[in-house]
Each structure stands twice: as C-alpha cells, then as structure tokens.
Design a protein around this ligand. Sequence first.
Ligand code: BDR
Ligand code: CA
Length: 313
Amino acid sequence: MSGVILDCDTGIDDALAIAYAAGAGVPLTACTVVHGNVPVDLGSRNTVTVLDAVGLDGVPVYRGASRPMAQELMTAEHVHGQDGLGDAGIEPSARAVAGDLAAVRIVELARAHPGELSIVAVGPLTNIALALLLEPRLPELVDQVVIMGGAVGAVGNASETGEANIWHDPEAAQVVIDAPWDVVFVGLEATMRTPLTQEQLARIERSEDPRAQLCWRVLQHYLDVYENVLGERSCVLHDPLALVLAVEPGLATYRTVRAFVELGRGGTRGMLVGDLRGFRPDPEDPRAPGVIRIVDTLDTVAFHDRFLAAIGA
Ligand code: BDR
Ligand code: CA
C-alpha cells in the first residue's frame, strides 16, 4: 500500500481510525474532510487535532463539502458530542488546514500517483462523488476504494434502515456505486460484529500509550451512547474496521452484489439495498456499475488484535 487518502467526518470513531493509522504506520497521504458527524469546519479542526495528537502532524488536511447534494445538512452531535470528540476537553490543535476543495485535491493526488492510492472513506460520500464528477477517470487512477457505509441486510443506525454515512448523502452514495470501480462497502452488517470486551476496554484504559489515552478520553461519550444500543458499556468500531480492511483485506471475505440507494423521500430514504436473494451466479465483475462488494465473514479476533496493538493497548 503506497498511500491512503482518508476521507472523514471526525467524529469519535474517525478519531479511533486515525489513532490506528498512526500506530500501524498506515501511509496517510492526506485527510479530506466532509460534513457528517459535525459541520465540516469542526470536522476539519478535529481531524487536524487528532492527527497532531497521535504524531501525524505532517499529514495535510483538506476541508471539503459542507452539505449533502440534495438534502439539508444533518449532523450527529448526539452520538459524537457537541465538539465531535466526545466533549472530553481535547485541546484543539492550532495547525491550519492545508486547503479547501477536498474533491479537487483527491483528483489531483490520484492524477499525480496513478494506480497507487487507496481511498478510504468513513464519512458521507459527498467529496468522493464530487471527485468522480470532476474526473470520470478516477476509478482508473486509484488502487482501491473502501467505504464505511450501509447496512445491507441489517438494521440502520441513523434511521430504521439507513446507516449514517449513506443516509447523510444518499445521492452521493449512488454516484459512488455507479462508478466503474471495485468498491468495498464495510457496513453495519460487519461493523456491529465488533463490540469491544470489558477486558479490551480495560487494556485501553490502563495503557500509558498516548494513542490509547486519547482513545480512552474520546470513547467515554461513545460508550454512553452505545450502552443503550448494546445493553452493556461497550462500543463497536465502524471506521477503524474500514481502514484495517483496506490495509489487510484478508481479515474478511467478501460477497459481490448488485446494489442501489433508496432515493425516495419516504422513511427508507438513504437505505443501501444489496441484492442478497442468493440467485447464482453472483455478479462476477465488481467493477461493473451498480455492483459493490460487501463483507461476508470477518475475523473479529484478528481485527481487534490489529486495532489494539496499533493504539498501544
Ligand atoms: C458511521 O457514521 C458516523 O457516525 C461514524 O463516524 C461512522 O463513520 C457509522 O454509521
Ligand atoms: Ca465517520
């Protein structure tokens, strides 16, 4: 893996993914930021803050889209705290963002490093869709695309059927699905299999590693939220799973499915629908427009090992 563009809406679990990147030596070329968990200005500030806190102060941050393509901006402070980092008193970094127009930057980086970069998108897909509209050859220019998004065959989190990253910009997600690239959607059907055990949480709490200590601080709000979902004081690791699978795809097996996003204005708007009916053969070419890959089986033990080792817990 020669370079990663992490497109994020930092965000508690985005912060955990960045902490993993630092410890695992993931070669982050840039972070691009999108509206989502919080407004894009705050998400950009948080991205700089977390990068700096985990020793990645050389990674440039580019501010991107401030709202979805065809609906009002909606944010998720109830999940991530008013400051997006769990209201844990994390001191904002003073480092300036490197620029705005994140979608343009994605195109420029892909053109400068043809066939080399991975795009890992862990927020709403507005920046990625804009980049595709600006440069239709983007699929030829990148190495791999891994997205945290969707809930294929599973319940949603932002709505009964909608996973937050898709629900926050359904039209953008459809643009990404229609592009002729092999894109992996790591959805709630996979990420909800990753609750941390009490013993693992205790390891994070006890660790003296600065990465683990940052994670522990931002996690408290997340644990409050997920206690109501999981029935115990734990949480799942959405964005870290997408990044870990970009680094080590072999920790999961995948299924190739036809997919679309529900774009109507009713209650199922923002649902990622994957055709799981089991007719064989499955689509053979994951690059075909309207075809994606989703996670089938996941080595959760190995995933937890990778994440905890990288944050020093
Ligand atoms: C996704 O939505 C956001 O709240 C998280 O950061 C994650 O990317 C989970 O549905
Ligand atoms: Ca996110």
